[in-house]
Write a protein of this length. Sequence first.
Length: 311
Amino acid sequence: MSTINQSTEPVAYFRILEYESTFLDTAVEMILEETGCKIAPGTKVLVKPNLVSGRSNLACTHPNVTISLCRYLLDCGAIVTVGDSPAYGTAAQIAKTIGMTTGLAKLGLKTKTLGRPVPLELSFGATIGISRDALETDMIINVPKLKAHSQFLVTGAVKNIFGTVVGFRKAFAHTRFGETEGLMEKMILEVAAAMPIAFNLMDAIYPMHESGPFDGKPFPMSLLAGSPNPYALDTAIYMLLGLSPKKVKLWKETANQKICGYDPDQIKYVIEPPDDFDTTDFKLPSVLSPMEFKAIRLVKGRLKSILSRIK
């Protein structure tokens, strides 16, 4: 697990009003270059958007953000794979539903469901199946969607790496660990620490607020943000929303472990300052749901996942 150091962690904020490809291409290039992200030719890069569900486009990373990133990486000479491991259904099905398939095809790319689970030994005596596809790439570029969340309050870069846990194991983790305070947060941080994360590009142009992670409403934040450090990127967003570790369980656990990036004083903002972005009307759930999933919900979800793969 990474520990605190005295270095500053760069976080780039770039104002962009809409998901128009020309502006996104410019923003992506500036964010990666201004934060020092270097992509060598021949590097195998897994681009990991949030493809949680096809029932709401807003719940997923906007296709144009992922496509612009892939275009940049290909121009750098990278070998690009786009993948996620939804709890239910396949990444390709969700990509098609949200309108990403055609754009990726123009770049010669397809969306892959991350699989080949391998057990990750957790510090509290359990294991969880993470994707060997993700572990064996040279680097992961994490592309989260900023969202209100009914259990975690708000989620961003670190929570998106939970998507490298293979398939239904994510829902099963809620059943196994959700009853014990703090275990879900510990597990998510340990999954993130196991992954070769090189960069994080957050879609906060129209994040989801009021509720989530599926049924919230769009908020015009007009922000594309990035950092090599997922913890610093999330901390910057928490600060932008006026939150504290007391309110955000995942931030609290990050601070408890003193993971580099948890402290706002470690962050150096590049491109644009946070004061340029107004989040006054961004709403979060007033009451959080329990972390634990009931067994009946898990069974229904598993059946739904199996049926969706048969179609």
